[in-house]
Design a protein around this ligand. Structure first.
Ligand code: BGC
Length: 438
């Protein structure tokens, strides 16, 4: 199938989106608890208090993964479970949960891939300024060290940050995600402090003998609406795609960072520490126009000529391929893992009890083919994680969008594998058969 030997198939989730058990076993509040419990922030007032109850139902979820035949599970470790106030001693009961989960995965031959920061900052750190403060980077490295101290002997892959661009843009610039600040361009220090936290965490993880280490970025190919809008597209590309990758892989910031006083000369060497892989999350391209007003150097406009997902996101597998080519031409890349790719649809249970999500199958099939073309061209991609195993808490959209291969009834917590689950299972099995016969 044009995939390298040992290619890893996986599924991904994130702590706040699936775990629930928000006040259990000494877990402290995170920015997402605060945000989702604030009226008007999340659609219909949904919160992650219960979510998919993965905290208690993980054995059932691991069994679902075993049924799929995945090689790896990407989950995230909730910082507020490990250090309820964001600093200080470990809350052992919090780490115990991940200990059980990791052992449960290994018992099924599923490699644990742990993300350390998937947006759930301990609230006390936010109260002290959050990612606007340099100190948060040091706190993050300390938390990473504590997690690795307990789990590095068994966790196969470590992802420091998930999509720092979304934290900066949605969380601190536009205020649509936690912590809900609207600093616009003044949010730039959160980019640097997250990246510094990444670099310091790489060092901390290596000191605890953590194995494969990398970070995951969100990428969206930037399309100019007209040739005259190219500067707007370039500006978006710099913010969205290069700001969090250039410093890591090239050792310097794109020009948009300017002469930032919060960037100390020695920081870039920390941020540019060698990583073992780059995680790529891809969902959709973005079309840009020249801004008519406002502080940003671009405006975003709808892409209307493609079919869309349930959230109205354009389905463009070719843009995924072109993104992989762009990354390959821009950087001397470490191996890539596609750490997220997927789509949401309304996905209702039919009268026969099944969930016929053929649109998701088409989406995954087309994107996996695009990825395969990239590997055939020589781009070193080692794995693919579908987002997501389960329907889950989709941030400001609450439980409305359904991204899972498995349907979740939030009233009963009943899991129903969708048609795409069977499809993905068969795809994984057939690529293994193919690999065996070659
Ligand atoms: C995030 C996930 C999210 C998904 C779909 C990614 O940006 O990492 O947490 O659920 O996209 O929006």
């Amino acid at each position: 199938m044009g995939l390298p030997e040992g290619f890893r198939w996986g599924v991904a989730t994130a702590a706040y989106q699936v775990e629930g058990a928000a006040d259990e076993d000494g877990r402290g509040p995170s920015t997402w608890d605060t945000f989702s419990r604030t009226p008007g922030r999340v659609r219909d007032g949904h919160t992650g208090d219960v979510a998919c109850d993965h905290y208690h139902r993980w054995p059932e979820d691991v069994a679902l993964m075993a049924g799929l035949g995945v090689d790896s599970y990407r989950f995230s470790i909730a910082w507020p479970r490990v250090q309820p106030s964001g600093s200080g001693p470990v809350n052992t009961r919090g780490l115990d949960f991940y200990d059980r989960l990791v052992d449960g995965l290994l018992a099924e031959g599923i490699a644990p891939a742990a993300t350390l920061y998937h947006w759930d900052l301990p609230q006390p750190l936010e109260d002290a300024g959050g990612w606007m403060e340099r100190d948060t980077a040091y706190r993050f490295a300390e938390f990473s060290y504590l997690a690795a101290e307990r789990l590095a002997d068994r966790v196969e892959m470590w992802i420091t940050l998930n999509e720092p661009v979304v934290v900066m843009a949605y969380g601190y610039a536009f205020g649509v995600y936690a912590p809900g600040r609207t600093l616009m361009l003044d949010a730039l220090p959160t980019a640097h402090h997250q990246l510094l936290g990444h670099g310091l965490a790489v060092h901390a993880l290596r000191s605890r003998n953590a194995r494969t280490i990398g970070l995951t970025n969100h990428y969206s190919p930037a399309w100019a609406a007209t040739p005259g809008d190219q500067p707007a597209a370039d500006a978006f590309d710099a913010f969205m795609n290069r700001l969090f990758t250039d410093p890591v892989l090239l050792g310097r910031y794109p020009a948009i960072m300017g002469d930032a006083p919060f960037v100390r000369p020695e920081d870039l060497a920390v941020i540019g520490a060698p990583i073992d892989f780059l995680g790529v999350n891809y969902y959709q391209p973005t079309r840009l126009t020249t801004p008519s007003e406002g502080p940003l150097p671009f405006d975003i406009t709808d892409i209307t000529e493609y079919p869309t997902t349930g959230m109205g996101w354009p389905i463009v597998p070719d843009a995924f391929l072109s993104l992989l080519r762009t990354l390959d031409s821009r950087y001397d890349l470490p191996p890539l893992y596609i750490t997220e790719n997927g789509c949401s649809f309304p996905d209702e249970i039919g009268p026969d009890g099944a969930v016929d999500d053929s649109s998701r199958i088409d989406f995954l099939d087309a994107h996996i083919k695009a990825m395969r073309t990239a590997t055939e061209e020589g781009i070193d991609i080692r794995g693919y994680y579908a987002w997501s195993l389960l329907d889950n808490f989709e941030w400001a959209e609450g439980y409305h969008p359904r991204f899972g291969l498995v349907h979740v009834d939030y009233e009963t917590q009943k899991r129903t594998p969708k048609k795409s689950y069977t499809w993905y299972r068969d795809l994984i099995a057939s690529t293994r058969e193919h690999a065996k016969s070659h």
